[in-house]
Each structure stands twice: as C-alpha cells, then as structure tokens.
Design a protein. Sequence first.
Length: 133
Amino acid sequence: LILSFLKKDSTRHQQILKKLEAAAVTKGHIVEVKDARLDRENLRLTMYEYIAIVVPANPFSGKKVPTSLPEILSTCGNVSGKKGCALVVKTGFFSQKFCRVVMYKMEKEGMMVDYSEVINNVDHAAYVGKNIG
C-alpha cells in the first residue's frame, strides 16, 4: 500500500506517485495507492503487509506532521508489527528532519520502518520506488 498525503492538485506530486507505483510494480509487488485525505472512512490498514507513507515536507518547520497521520495509523486497523517506509517529498530546508519525525510517528504505533528517503524530484522517485518493499 502507498498511503499518500500529497496534494491532488499538484502535478509534481501526482507524477511522483505514478513513478513510485510503477517502480514498485516492476519489482513484482502488487501496489494500491490510497489518498489518506479522501479514503479515510474506508481505509483499513490491517490487510496490508507493507505500508509506504508518502508525505510532503513542511517547508517552514521540521516537526509539524499532518494531524491526520497519527490518527489514521491509530484508528484504521492494527499496524503493530507491520513493515513500512517513510517517504518525504522535499519542499524546504527541514526535509530530512521531517522524515525522522514521520518515522518516529510510525514507530510509535508499532510499525517497523525499514526504509526512509527524501524524494528530491520525479526521477528520484523512480529510484526510490524500487526500494519499496
């Protein structure tokens, strides 16, 4: 599962999602992309083996994650013991710090984060997508 917190109206974000999905599929994984903002009511994370969380970095602060991220991880099924990765789309100076904060939020819910990366551009997303899973 690729759980996206990216903006729907941004073409750059949509291209990054498509590259991530395509690269993961070429590696042999079955991939579903869910928008965390829209699919929240029907989202059940229990049935997925691997959860990749894609979040745009906050350009002004490295500590402020979307408030829906911890809510979704805690209320949309059991994620304890599941593997996952934290992917942050670079938008400011604090992207690396923001990635650590996202990893901390995932680990706080019991997930095992085995990969994290700051995505710089669309081409870099294709490389990162091969390391998902």
